[in-house]
Design a protein around this ligand. Structure first.
Ligand SMILES: CC[C@@H](C(=O)O)C(=O)SCCNC(=O)CCNC(=O)[C@H](O)C(C)(C)COP(=O)(O)OP(=O)(O)OC[C@H]1O[C@@H](n2cnc3c(N)ncnc32)[C@H](O)[C@@H]1OP(=O)(O)O
Ligand SMILES: [Co+2]
Length: 133
């Protein structure tokens, strides 16, 4: 059911420092920061030849990555995102197999496409995002 790896997300405590590291030290093509208030994050895309790295920093008071950074003050790998053809079909299938979907409906993600998140407890300890291709 899943297709390409769309992105790997890394939560960072210091976004400008992480941007400088990927752009200047690693030589990557790095986007401008994008505020996504509906997701509670500011994100920067690091464009690699075969996928994207999403640098995430908390935005606002109820950011879903705030607790993660409290537990991991130095940052860490936050989630992986796979592409699916039909987000509603994927959502139903996951729920029917007892995997918790973390929103009642898909939300529009950073790439303008519908996304859902699957609870890490049912996904081998990894938070998984599914994005409609
Ligand atoms: C940029 C936009 C968009 C895109 O299009 O790409 C994004 O990627 S937005 C990214 C941010 N959004 C989200 O993460 C939404 C989904 N996340 C959530 O709903 C919550 O963060 C969560 C995963 C349900 C965790 O909620 P929280 O309130 O933080 O619960 P706990 O802290 O109590 O954690 C419970 C349990 O889960 C473990 N955990 C939490 N986060 C992760 C993680 N990222 N990876 C692996 N495990 C995680 C946490 O350690 C707790 O475990 P126990 O202590 O063993 O119970
Ligand atoms: Co993401």
């Amino acid at each position: 059911m899943i297709g390409k790896l769309n992105h790997v997300a890394i939560a960072v405590a210091d976004l400008p420092a992480a941007v400088a590291q990927y752009r200047d030290l690693m030589g990557a093509d790095v986007s401008e920061p994008l505020d996504l208030p509906e997701h509670g994050v500011t994100t920067v895309f690091v464009r690699l030849p075969n996928t994207t790295i999403e640098l995430l920093h908390p935005l606002g008071e109820n950011s879903p990555i705030a607790k993660f950074l409290q537990r991991n003050p130095g940052g860490g790998m936050h989630h992986v995102c796979y592409e699916v053809e039909d987000i509603h079909a994927a959502m139903k299938r996951m729920q029917s197999e007892g995997v918790r979907v973390l929103s009642a409906e898909p939300k529009i993600g950073a790439h303008g496409k519908p996304v859902i998140f699957l609870h890490p407890k049912e996904m081998n300890g990894v938070l998984v995002e599914l994005e409609q291709a």
